[in-house]
Design a binder for this molecule. Structure first.
Ligand SMILES: [Zn+2]
Length: 491
């Protein structure tokens, strides 16, 4: 996610490839992954959705599994849970027409064709625990069918609708990551992006009124119209999530970045060509810097969204509230960098939000180094970060007396500004310090190595540190520890 924008004039805070040159073969890489076959039928008048997930779950762990757990993120948008999805300081912006709540139901679960009982657990009953009639061995698979239905809240968030768009993200039951002998059942938090998931393959069918345009992760494999309804099918291989944005106001522009088709879905954008170009330049730049973007499509989608932007595989949401074009393009570039840091190289965004966000934000600075002609530069942005961070520390120390500047899990920050400053702003300062310490070439080599060793899987802080150590032949544990633990003093 992008929580703030940087322009030439001000920092606006919204608390606020391989070596052979051939692209990775996603069909091959995705052979042993779980398959989500999702159908959703959207009623645009009532904002209600009937859905079904047909999942072929592949047990890629070394353990025999007797149950499978799923995140039900829409549960957190129901009445009584609003503090979990939006900070109180921005409640009125997120719900411009007054409070509005989701209603989400699981209507039935079958395993291999048999009805099974389920248990709800976790914060806000946000975890669905499905018992398996028969255990599944490592490398074996099982078919699970889940019928679900929901009503969207009138909320300018990932899961909700505004005056212009319907945002369908984190809307279906998604498998919890299984590691260290258990499923990770972290809940939801208004700070950052509380997500953690594994790579999988997706086939998603969407039914909607014929005058609506559907933007989605992956490749639009089919689109047909019968009477007043439209059916759209998307295929997305080797992605860790799937998102849709639906609108009857969308115009579409497209271009190519090498062999990637970039599509821009927008409304009210007098600079649409420029916005599209920023996304294409970002795909090219980051492919050159870190390693190839292996997918054939990338969609930039202007949406009703409370924060600057939000990343999903092959699709990024960009807030319609951003008025300054430089800020708007900066968010496009930030969200595009997430295709590498979060999308391809995944991480536990709940526990280590800095791992993808800090790297993504620093990647936007590297973008400006490689693209003259944009009205932002690495040095100007860096100076803004420095002065803003020291101001933040001063103000907080005056108010609180002391401040914890460690880079920590999203639920360990008392306020959204603390999360934002410690994760994004301090993160950028940490990477600038490393860049100065080991030099540009070794820094970029470290990122290439981190990408190549961890793409299509989930990385840890240790994996990042070891990639930079390998590229620079320098011991960096104490460097990272001093920044992450909050010991380093920035003046
Ligand atoms: Zn971000």
């Amino acid at each position: 996610m992008k929580k703030f924008c940087v322009s030439l004039f001000a920092i606006l805070m919204v608390f606020c490839c391989c070596a052979c040159g051939k692209k990775d073969n996603l069909d091959e890489i995705g052979q042993n992954l779980s398959l989500y076959n999702i159908s959703v039928d959207v009623d645009v008048e009532t904002k209600s959705v009937m859905g079904n997930l047909n999942l072929n779950y592949v047990n890629n762990s070394d353990d025999v599994l007797k149950n499978i757990k799923f995140h039900l993120y829409p549960q957190f948008f129901e009445e009584g849970n609003t503090d979990k999805v939006v900070a109180s300081t921005i409640l009125n912006d997120a719900y411009p027409n007054g409070m509005s709540y989701a209603k989400f139901d699981v209507d039935g679960v079958q395993v291999s064709g048999q009805d099974v009982s389920v248990i709800y657990s976790g914060d806000c009953d946000g975890i669905l625990d499905v018992s398996l009639p028969a255990s599944i061995l490592p490398s074996d698979s099982v078919d699970i069918s889940i019928d679900f239905s929901f009503i969207l809240p009138n909320c300018e968030h990932r899961f909700g609708y505004g005056d212009n768009t319907i945002n369908l993200a984190n809307f279906y039951p998604i498998i919890c990551v299984y590691e260290n002998g258990e499923f990770d059942t972290s809940g939801y938090n208004s700070n950052g992006d509380p997500f953690y998931s594994d790579m999988a393959n997706y086939v998603v069918n969407v039914g909607v009124n014929r005058d609506y345009v559907v933007a989605g992760s992956g490749v639009r494999a089919n689109e047909s119209i019968v009477d007043d309804r439209k059916q759209v099918t998307f295929n997305a291989n080797v992605v860790r999530d799937f998102a849709l944005v639906i609108s009857n106001k969308f115009e579409i522009k497209s271009t190519k970045a090498d062999d990637v088709t970039i599509e821009y879905y927008y409304f009210d954008d007098a600079n649409a060509d420029q916005s599209l170009r920023a996304g294409a330049d970002a795909i090219k730049t980051f492919s050159n810097l870190f390693g190839d973007y292996p997918y054939s499509t990338f969609s930039i989608v202007k949406t009703d969204f409370i924060y600057g932007g939000m990343e999903y595989p092959n699709l990024v949401m960009i807030s319609a509230d951003i008025e300054n074009q430089d800020d708007y393009m900066n968010v496009i570039i930030h969200e595009t960098a997430h295709q590498w840091w979060y999308g391809l190289v995944g991480n536990d965004e709940y526990r280590y939000p800095w791992l993808d966000e800090a790297l993504t934000e620093y990647s936007t600075l590297l973008f400006y180094d490689n693209n003259e002609g944009y009205n932002l530069s690495h040095s100007e942005m860096l100076n803004a970060y420095k002065s803003n961070y020291t101001l933040f520390i001063t103000v907080y120390q005056d108010v609180l007396g002391d401040i914890d500047t460690s880079m920590r899990a999203i639920d360990e920050y008392d306020t959204e500004p603390e999360y934002t400053y410690c994760t994004y702003v301090k993160g950028v300062l940490m990477y600038e310090s490393l860049y100065q310490l080991i030099g540009k070439d070794k820094f970029v080599d470290g990122l290439k190595e981190y990408f190549n060793l961890n793409k299509y899987s989930n990385a840890t802080p240790d994996a990042l540190i070891s990639a930079f150590e390998s590229a620079s032949k320098t011991e960096l544990d104490s460097f990272f520890d001093s920044w992450i633990s909050g010991k380093v003093v920035i003046r």
